[in-house]
Design a protein around this ligand. Structure first.
Ligand SMILES: N[C@@H](CCC(=O)N[C@@H](CS)C(=O)NCC(=O)O)C(=O)O
Length: 341
């Protein structure tokens, strides 16, 4: 049983991962943290809304998992999390080794597409409450009845083979067991692992995805598991000190009151739409924008670059946090924000 940390003042500089054990994207962040050897703390939140102290108080309405908190800086999306951790903990470099950096970050687009295919292979699982499926139906605007899920399977099975084949071909020709032929596992391995892990975790389409059909993928997957990430117990993450939602929030409040924020990215002079620090902006995840939904968060632009955008947000308790998003996959729109911000 992992220890708990109850004193928020001990947590101001500690990366706190907000996630839940069954979340494949939280597991992606965990694999990354383990490979880097970073000390982190874990706020185990609910697999569905509501998520008290997190969504309403820290992430400004962004509800996906994982979210990483460091003091009053909140990093949304696994790619933003990894980019920030590479910056703060440069060694061992997992994604910033120069040669493969651009490709490794871009790989998330393929990995997400592959992941969506694996999601479409799933069926209703015994023991998972109806409320969970309702929550996801609302978020994704799709039906999740047993019939609707089963109707996805034939096309998902075709897509699954195509994606597995990309990875098998890459791994079978790699100079090492790792995706890009690196000596050690790389960010590219973390990106590729996420959908594979999800499929393996639930034994999805095992008539297709098995060691006989994909020996290189299985060899690679087993090697990653042997580096300390459990492969056999599907819903378990390695022990990290646990933190309650209240304590994590209190750490953010302490950091914010003390003005302890990460250095701002500053002005992005090449911003494609001429946005400036202080502009009132809203953020919409692109899949939500396609569904016609509005911003999940409105605040003022704190700083940005080609790959990251940071938004200063005053929460309902009057506390400021800075919430960071990757540019890729998130739309930035003009917004009306309270004049006092
Ligand atoms: N692009 C996001 C995707 C994250 C994502 O879809 N996470 C799932 C959990 S694995 C999620 O948040 N589902 C809805 C929820 O848990 O509220 C990332 O890389 O972090």
């Amino acid at each position: 049983m992992a220890d708990s940390i109850t004193d928020p003042s001990l947590l101001i500089a500690t990366p706190i991962l907000h996630g839940y054990d069954g979340s494949p994207y939280a597991q992606k962040a965990v694999l990354y943290l383990q490979l880097k050897g970073i000390k982190w703390a874990y706020h185990k939140t609910s697999p569905m809304m509501p998520r008290p102290h997190l969504t309403p108080d820290l992430s400004g309405g962004y509800r996906r998992i994982p979210i990483l908190q460091i003091g009053a800086d909140i990093y949304c999306d696994s790619n933003c999390i990894i980019r920030e951790l590479e910056k703060r903990f440069p060694t061992p470099a997992l994604g910033t080794s120069g040669e493969h950096e651009g490709l490794s970050y871009a790989l998330h687009l393929w990995s997400d597409k592959f992941f969506a295919v694996v999601v479409n292979l799933s069926s209703r699982r015994p023991g998972v409450p109806d409320a969970f499926y309702k929550d996801r139906e609302e978020l994704n605007g799709v039906s999740m009845t047993a019939e609707a899920l089963a109707a996805n399977h034939p096309r998902a099975r075709d897509q699954f083979r195509a994606h597995l084949n990309f990875l098998e071909t890459q791994l079978a020709h790699s100079k090492t067991v790792w995706v890009l032929g690196t000596e050690k596992p790389h960010l590219a391995d973390v990106q590729c692992w996420t959908p594979v892990r999800f499929a393996a975790m639930y034994g999805m389409a095992a008539d297709i995805f098995n060691e006989t059909n994909y020996p290189a993928i299985f060899r690679w997957y087993t090697q990653l598991a042997s580096l300390g990430f459990p492969s056999s117990s599907p819903l378990q993450v390695p022990p990290a000190p646990l933190v309650s939602g209240e304590v994590a929030y209190a750490a953010a409040e302490l950091a914010s009151r003390g003005g302890s924020f990460a250095p701002s990215l500053g002005a992005d002079l090449k911003d494609a739409n001429g946005r400036k620090v202080g502009d009132a902006v809203g953020v919409i995840p692109d899949d939500q924008a396609v569904l016609g939904r509005g911003p999940v968060l409105k605040g003022t632009l704190d700083g940005s670059s080609a790959d990251t955008i940071s938004i200063r947000w005053k929460n309902p308790h009057g506390i400021y946090v800075v919430i960071h998003f990757p540019r890729s996959g998130y739309y930035i729109v003009d917004a009306e924000v309270e004049a006092s911000i």
